[in-house]
Design a protein around this ligand. Structure first.
Ligand SMILES: Nc1nc2c(ncn2[C@@H]2O[C@H](COP(=O)(O)OP(=O)(O)OP(=O)(O)O)[C@@H](O)[C@H]2O)c(=O)[nH]1
Ligand SMILES: [Mg+2]
Length: 301
């Protein structure tokens, strides 16, 4: 039996969360076409006939602009150091830039054995992937180079077999029916945030957060009542999230309710409310309350 931890790391929008969901076969992490969607460490467990792998999805590594972003990047760096194998997920459909080189430097510094997953191969011609592999091969001794599509599943099974190959011998770390360490409350806030990301643009996806104020399990009445607040960090953003005559918040709420009902397998009443908390992304207390872990310090392995 093999067992251990595999981190999915990469630049924002590379497809890490899509890959996590594809591998575990559930939606554990929300996904969007906007960068910096994932803000915390999200673990998902998968059992195989010959082992168990704990996959750790991480926030995309970027240049931090607020305390929240510093925490996000630190979470990714911690995961890179702590796991048995890291997977650098790169989006082959976008041009490499300074951010990619910086991240590669960080991968080198961790000394964690690394596999390169070249994601989104469904978007480009096969011939274009080889030169990218060559460049990465010269830059770092990756264990393997695997072209994949997290979206359509191409080669993801190959990647999974390689993880098992490189993980240490060991018994399962979690019971066979254990899927994730995430609370339902966290999932609820993320599912609402996913719809906020879907319907907003410009600065809003970056400056909004969702807090669950009240979570009422069904009682005599078979409905789960959820009361959530969407935080924005400037007064001027509030009318945008609310929309004309409340049209935007209604659209977000309707879409989120459908997703929440699917996730909870129950009927949901969702109450959404928008609140301004200026500069919340730099407010340590709010970040702690939201469950965004603080950096655990630069530890060596
Ligand atoms: N065409 C294509 N799109 C993909 C693939 N994988 C992910 N995407 C899309 O890329 C976007 C970003 O995906 P995410 O999974 O949220 O990316 P991420 O790396 O988790 O991003 P952050 O959490 O922001 O760091 C979404 O619109 C996905 O649908 C793929 O293999 N092919
Ligand atoms: Mg993500």
């Amino acid at each position: 039996m093999k067992s251990g931890f595999v981190a999915l790391v990469g630049r924002p929008n590379a497809g890490k969360s899509t890959l996590l969901n594809r591998i575990v076969g559930h939606k554990l992490a929300i996904v969007s076409d906007k960068p910096q969607t994932t803000r915390t460490r999200i673990a998902g467990v998968k059992n195989y006939p010959d082992g168990q792998v704990v996959f750790v999805d991480t926030p995309g590594v970027h240049k931090p602009t607020h305390r929240m972003n510093v925490r996000m990047v630190d979470i990714a760096l911690d995961a890179m150091r702590e796991v048995d194998v890291l997977t650098l997920v790169v989006d082959v459909s976008v041009k490499e830039g300074p951010g990619d080189r910086h991240l590669l430097e960080l991968v080198k510094q961790t000394r964690t054995p690394a596999i390169l997953a070249l994601n989104k191969v469904d978007l480009i011609a096969k011939a274009k992937v080889l030169p990218i592999i060559d460049r990465y091969r010269q830059a770092h001794p990756f264990l393997e180079f695997v072209p994949i599509s997290a979206l359509d599943g191409t080669n993801v099974d190959t990647l999974e077999r390689l993880f098992l190959q490189y993980l240490p011998e060991g018994e399962a770390l979690y019971p066979a029916d254990y899927v994730s360490d995430q609370s339902e409350r966290f999932m609820v806030s993320e599912i609402v945030r996913e719809q906020v990301l879907r319907f907003t643009r410009d600065e809003l996806p970056f400056s909004t957060a969702v807090v669950v104020d009240k979570y009422e399990e069904p009682g005599a009445d078979p409905i789960t009542n959820l009361y959530c607040t969407i935080l924005v960090d400037r007064e001027s953003q509030k009318p945008i999230v609310v929309g004309r005559g409340g049209s935007m918040i209604k659209q977000i709420g309707t879409a989120a309710r459908v997703e929440l009902e699917r996730y909870l397998g129950a009927r949901v009443y969702l109450d959404l409310h928008v609140k301004v908390k200026s500069e919340w992304r730099d407010d340590e207390r709010i970040l702690n309350e939201m469950g965004m872990e603080a950096a655990r310090g630069k530890r060596s392995k």
